[in-house]
Design a protein around this ligand. Structure first.
Ligand code: DLL
Length: 436
């Protein structure tokens, strides 16, 4: 199998040279951020660290962390380093309560992003000759447009189909001869099921590889996707705060982890409790510092994703470190049909509704290949004894407000006061019955 690189020189750079490049970029970044972004300057002053203190890559650990709440506190544009006229695009993802997390890109950021996405596609063996079916959602989510620009940059043909309407997707894949599929892994399984219902043999399609991510998935799920869609399934990782899709991508030569595009995104693994940097090879929370982003650089961002870094040399020749499959999160964020959902967002909606008690539970299931979310909530005595129509109106209102805020459809079940389980310690807000 021939190996395809997008930027061979940088992807195979000896580690010492890569380290020197990272350090130079880190120093420039810290100096610029200190000068231009007040919240970063305050935090660094508070920690007693100045840009000149970054003399080696190890000094990174002197810098304060950035967390999702920092984005909320500076909503919407307070952490941007350039004037708004330089911003050509914004995206947004879930915040922990009412306000989304907003990120911005300059023209150069879009170029950097499409470059790393083109690298990711090459890692998965895609070339200019490919017909790429992009079923990541287009819109504020970074998946659709982020992948789209990378596919165009590679010079392949993009089918910007976005999510939903599986039957049409399959007809397009068959008629256009799609060779590469991009979607969440759960949607890929959904497509397989729809294909089955349409009596279409996946072997009769031209699909050869899939680039699946945006949610956790196991090795078992990989096998299932590969078998049911008759393709090679690869993993792609990314997050809006750092860039979007294309932070890391699995190559075709390893079954152990995704290459992190380290010349742009500097990874660390820290102890989720203490924040101490852990030695290479240990499992912990991934932390990223962007090295080249202009509009919205981020320093030591706590992703809350649990993984491990693998520094072995890879058979593909890339020297870029690999991150193992994400095995969990340190917080309670759920990913439901590719959408990030915090229980605190659901709570935020519920607490704004009259007649609702502060006792609720979120039950998540996977029915077939589709995630479902049920919100069970206690209502006050008076409301519960009201006529059915009123209860229906109330549950409809809650369902709509959750859909408006989170973009996820759920089932709302109103229950009698004092019927939900009361924990003696931490409330158990989420029951996740999915076996991923
Ligand atoms: O999910 C970006 C993306 C789009 C990645 C398309 C890959 C493909 P957010 O919506 O900000 O961005 O969600 C980021 O999703 O912190 C992880 O918890 C989770 N996640 C993303 N990729 C993977 C993956 C996009 N391959 C959050 N495996 C991250 C497990 C993933 N979890």
């Amino acid at each position: 199998m021939s190996i395809i690189y997008w930027e061979k020189e940088i992807e195979t750079l000896p580690r010492a040279e890569l380290g020197a490049l990272q350090l130079k970029r880190l120093q420039q970044l810290v100096a610029r951020v200190y000068k231009t972004v007040k919240p970063y300057r305050y935090k660094m002053d508070e920690a007693g660290v100045r840009p000149e203190d970054i003399k080696t890559l190890k000094d990174l650990s002197k810098l304060p962390f950035t967390v999702k709440d920092d984005l909320r506190d500076n909503y919407p544009f307070g952490l941007f380093t350039v004037p708004l006229e330089e911003i050509v695009r914004v995206h947004a993802s879930s915040g922990t309560t009412g306000k989304p997390t907003v990120v911005g890109y300059t023209q150069k950021d879009i170029e950097t992003w499409s470059g790393v996405m083109a690298r990711a596609l090459c890692c998965a063996g895609a070339t200019r000759g490919d017909m790429v079916h992009n079923a990541y959602g287009y819109g504020l989510f970074t998946g659709g447009l982020g992948a789209h620009y990378g596919i165009e940059r590679l010079g392949a043909t993009v089918i910007p189909v976005s999510g939903g309407n599986s039957k049409r997707q399959i007809n397009l894949m068959r008629d256009f001869g799609s060779t590469v599929l991009l979607s969440t892994p759960s949607y890929a399984l959904n497509l397989a099921e729809a294909m089955d219902a349409m009596n279409i043999d996946p072997g009769s399609l031209s699909l050869k590889v899939g680039i699946f991510g945006a949610e956790p998935w196991s090795e078992n799920m990989r096998e299932e996707v590969e078998r049911k869609l008759n393709l090679k399934a690869t993993d792609i990782y990314g997050l809006s705060e750092v860039m979007g899709p294309g932070v890391a991508q699995e190559c075709l030569h390893t079954d152990r982890g995704m290459h992190i595009f380290e010349d742009h995104f500097l990874p660390e693994i820290v102890d989720p409790e203490t924040g101490e940097v852990l030695p290479p090879g240990e499992k912990g929370e991934l932390v990223f510092t962007t090295l080249t982003k202009e509009a919205f650089p981020i320093i030591r961002y706590r992703t809350k994703d649990i993984s491990r870094l693998v520094y072995d040399t890879c058979a593909c020749g890339r020297t870029l470190v690999r991150m193992e499959k994400v095995t969990g999160r340190t917080d309670d964020m759920l990913i439901i049909r590719g959408v990030n959902v915090f229980p605190s967002q659901v709570e935020h909606v519920l607490m704004g509704v009259e007649g609702v008690e502060p006792h609720y539970q979120i039950v998540v299931e996977r029915q077939g290949n589709l995630d479902t979310m049920q919100v069970q909530v206690e209502v006050s005595e008076g409301i519960f004894s009201d006529e059915i129509r009123k209860l229906e109106n109330l549950s409809g209102q809650i369902r709509k407000e959750i859909k408006d805020l989170l973009g996820v459809t759920c089932v709302v079940k109103l229950v009698e006061p004092k019927t939900l389980y009361r924990s003696e310690g931490k409330a158990q807000r989420v029951i996740d019955n999915r076996k991923i």
